[in-house]
Design a protein around this ligand. Structure first.
Ligand code: SF4
Length: 87
């Protein structure tokens, strides 16, 4: 069995290591907070690993790999999964 620390070993190189954790896990999310967190992710050398981990692990909270929880949930469904309501 693989240890959790090995699973997220890439996190040691994350650009968010020097950021306030509440920027990524805010008590009350806001558009401004999401934009600022995503800007950090945008210059992170391990963004691909972080995003893949969050999607694989089903992380439900926080910004991971430049994605909000809502964006991660949406990404699990094909683009045309939702059909318009019948009229
Ligand atoms: S992609 Fe964002 S959340 Fe993930 S390690 Fe990098 S800065 Fe942190």
């Amino acid at each position: 069995m693989r240890e959790a620390s090995a699973e997220i070993g890439w996190a040691r190189r994350g650009a968010c290591r020097s950021s306030d954790p509440e920027l990524f896990f805010p008590p009350v999310p806001s558009p401004d907070q999401e934009t600022r967190a995503k800007a950090v992710c945008g210059r992170c050398p391990v963004m691909a690993e972080c995003r893949a981990y969050a999607l694989r692990a089903g992380e439900r909270e926080g910004i991971w790999g430049g994605m909000t929880p809502q964006e991660r949930r949406r990404s699990r469904f094909p683009a045309n999964w939702r059909r318009p309501a019948a009229s």
